[in-house]
Design a protein around this ligand. Structure first.
Ligand code: GRG
Length: 268
């Protein structure tokens, strides 16, 4: 799906809910979701659907829900009680623009909207239901929220701790974006290959982020804990493993593999 088509889907979703939401909450939700995100997870979801020979339309609710979950996580992550950031994507964060109470509610409302989207898709199809459950697990306490909690429950991290933390905090939304389409493919082999690929992609995405933010000196940065050289060499070895994981499908793997390179070797 073209990015512009996905933006139209988001616009339509917001139009369809507008009359039911208090105006400030609605505006702040729109601001959170439509302020220049790269839409990495939806793109991965559609590429994975192509790889699995699954129609992109059937994974659209997954892509949408995952992007809503991603958006809520950034709003909450920026709050004063978490990272206390006032800028995101070069613009005031949601709490800076709309106030802290609204930002908290924006996150809650986006998360619930994500599950409304998934429930509308699930009906009685068991593969779709399994994919929806996967998304909920990846977003929750054993996934992204669990990773975020680890960060606040510990003062320092070893390299091994970071593998666990990043696999959860950053990796799990990437994982469900890549893996949920595979659940519709009925192919255990592709499910297993994409599970590995998504693990490597999630970790590579975070290490790339740490290399970009090198001067931030965060306690959870691979660059701080292991050094720049080691982080770069980790990236190279993740790339090699990602390529091996999809090597069995040389005629289908190129789009996902080039996207891996975009994630791992980006500079924004
Ligand atoms: C607060 C529940 C809760 C979770 C927070 C996602 C997250 C967990 C925190 C955000 C901060 C962070 C550094 C996360 C690592 C993943 C990451 C680099 C997110 C940014 O993703 P992009 O680059 O963002 O896809 P855009 O702006 O393009 O949407």
């Amino acid at each position: 799906m073209k990015t512009s088509d996905f933006e139209k889907v988001i616009d339509d979703l917001f139009l369809s809910i507008k009359e039911y939401y208090p105006p400030k909450l609605f505006s702040a939700m729109e601001y959170a979701v439509k302020s220049g995100g790269k839409r990495i997870r939806p793109q991965l979801c559609f590429l994975s659907a192509d790889f699995c020979d699954v129609p992109q339309d059937s994974v659209l609710p997954f892509a949408l829900a995952i992007e809503l979950i991603h958006s809520y996580s950034l709003v909450h992550d920026d709050l004063p009680c978490m990272d206390n950031d006032i800028l995101r994507r070069g613009k005031p964060t949601v709490h800076a623009a709309f106030g802290e109470a609204t930002a908290l509610l924006v996150g809650d409302a986006l998360l619930n909207l994500a599950y409304e989207t998934l429930f509308s898709a699930a009906k009685t199809d068991t593969d779709v239901l399994s994919a929806c459950k996967l998304i909920a697990e990846c977003a929750g306490g054993q996934g992204m929220i669990g990773g975020q909690a680890m960060e606040f429950e510990n003062d320092s991290f070893t390299e091994n701790d970071l593998y666990v933390l990043d696999k959860k905090k950053t990796g799990m939304l990437i994982k469900c974006a890549v893996l949920s389409p595979a659940y519709l493919s009925g192919s255990p082999e592709k499910i297993s290959a994409l599970a590995s690929f998504s693990d490597y992609a999630g970790l590579a995405f975070q290490i790339a982020d740490d290399l970009i933010d090198v001067e931030k000196e965060e306690k959870t940065s691979f660059v701080n804990v292991c050094g720049k050289e080691k982080a770069s060499s980790l990236l190279r070895s993740l790339r090699a493993k990602a390529y091996v994981s999809l090597a069995k499908w040389p005629d289908r793997n190129s789009e996902l593999l080039s996207f891996f390179d975009k994630l791992a070797y980006r500079n924004i």
